[in-house]
Design a binder for this molecule. Structure first.
Ligand SMILES: C[S@@+](CC[C@H](N)C(=O)[O-])C[C@H]1O[C@@H](n2cnc3c(N)ncnc32)[C@H](O)[C@@H]1O
Length: 403
């Protein structure tokens, strides 16, 4: 089969800009999750924006299908000059996740961020007991976005449960083999725990993929550069997937010093070690040797206690809101903020400052609300959380106008 040129059925970029409100980490009817009144031009349901289904689309080959199931592997050899393979069900209508991905792959979005020119501030190196890893070669300031990567494989999370194992394996193998440089993905890390007989393609996907959401469906996404970043339970950076162009960016959420390993968290941040470790072993196939997991038992226990507390205080804040006791809710949330700070879970700070603002807003204390929203805005800016910045700038403007 001959690779085809990109089509021209791009989604207009302006429709895809995020202008809505993120759900906060605490959701409650009395706490406004979106104080913005002017969520104009927003259509978060990307599928609605799709052009009619294009049977050929941007795919370079006839799809490889696991007949008689609807699951197939679709490959573009042109996307971002290195290709992308998508494993999902054949579209039954024009609003499928596949149509959405086809539109993105066919379009030519400008890079979502401009990285500073010159050498990247990191390199891939051998790391003791972890295989390869990514190490800063110069200071990476808090909030800077320093790595941009694009999906090279996307596999529908439902696929493994819908197919026989051999069919699934064949699909994953074909999806990788059809990329212009299969080694770019097949050369990624293999599972370190199980020297089992799992075929390379499947093992690589299991060991390196991150869950992403596209068109309302969950996918395993393989981002080959980001896949070199090891996990830490107190990471120094975070990733952010952009469903409008299949990009993933890495942002430092604290200063990272030259020679320091750059880490991200593969699990939710707030899990105690008793939950984290089995999850990392079962889902990612390794025993964690990060600084926190290697710390003395007393330090690990203190960290676990803080994480449990963080989990428990959240519902107590909500119960206080239920009773209309905003004073108690605010006191508890302040305690939550202190504990999160002590635990060094900085990515959450903007969220919790924002909650403080919402609590004051729900208590009709606009001035205090604005103060906390401003603090949250500062955090979001420092941590490079663009959506948070956009959202809060609108909110603060409206609150200022309301006075
Ligand atoms: C996504 S890859 C990360 C890059 C990988 N180290 C490499 O050589 O390409 C995940 C694998 O890295 C290793 N790894 C990542 N974080 C680790 C950690 N905190 N402790 C031990 N091994 C880790 C494990 O072997 C895991 O299966």
């Amino acid at each position: 089969a001959t690779p085809q040129d990109d089509g021209d059925n791009a989604i207009p970029q302006k429709h895809l800009q995020w202008t809505g409100c993120l759900p906060g980490p605490l959701v409650h009817a009395s706490i406004p999750t979106c104080v913005t009144l002017a969520a104009s031009g927003l259509d978060r349901d990307h599928d609605k924006l799709l052009p009619p289904a294009d049977t050929a689309g941007p795919w370079a080959y006839a799809p490889f299908c696991a007949d008689p199931t609807p699951y197939c592997a679709f490959t573009s050899t042109a996307f971002q000059s290195r290709g992308v393979s998508v494993i999902t069900a054949k579209p039954s209508n024009s609003t499928s996740a596949l149509s959405l991905i086809a539109s993105i792959v066919s379009s030519r979005f400008p890079p979502p961020i401009r990285l500073p020119s010159g050498n990247p501030p990191y390199e891939v190196r051998e790391i003791k007991n972890k295989g390869l890893g990514v190490v800063a070669t110069r200071k990476i300031p808090r909030g800077s976005k320093f790595m941009l990567d694009y999906a090279m494989v996307l596999a529908d999370m439902e696929m493994p449960s819908k197919l026989r194992m051999a069919q699934g394996r064949e699909l994953v193998r074909r999806a990788m083999d059809r990329l212009p440089d299969p080694e770019k993905v097949l050369g990624l890390a293999r599972s370190s725990l199980t020297p089992d007989k799992t075929p390379a393609a499947e093992d690589v996907l299991r060991t390196n993929a991150f869950e992403v959401e596209l068109g309302g469906k969950r996918f395993m996404g393989l981002f080959p550069d980001i896949a070199r970043i090891n996990h830490a339970c107190k990471p120094s950076a975070m990733t952010k997937f952009n469903a409008t162009d299949l990009s993933n960016t890495v942002t430092a959420f604290r200063d990272i010093l030259p020679g320091e390993e750059i880490t991200i968290s593969y699990t939710a941040y707030n899990l105690p070690s008793s939950d984290r470790r089995p999850r990392l072993e079962a889902q990612w196939g390794f025993k964690c040797t990060c600084d926190l997991c290697s710390s003395p038992a007393s330090e690990l226990a203190a960290s676990d206690a803080r994480r449990r507390k963080i989990d428990q205080v959240g519902p107590r804040v909500l119960r206080a809101v239920d009773k209309g006791d905003f004073e108690a809710a605010i006191r508890l949330n302040r305690d939550l903020i202190d504990t999160i700070r002590e635990e060094g879970m900085m990515p959450h700070m903007g969220d919790y400052y924002e909650i403080m603002g919402r609590l004051y807003l729900a208590w009709a204390k606009t001035r205090e609300a604005r103060t906390w929203f401003n603090r949250a805005l500062g955090e979001y800016k420092a941590a490079g959380v663009t959506e948070g910045v956009e959202k809060l700038e609108g909110v603060i403007r409206q609150l200022s106008g309301a006075n």
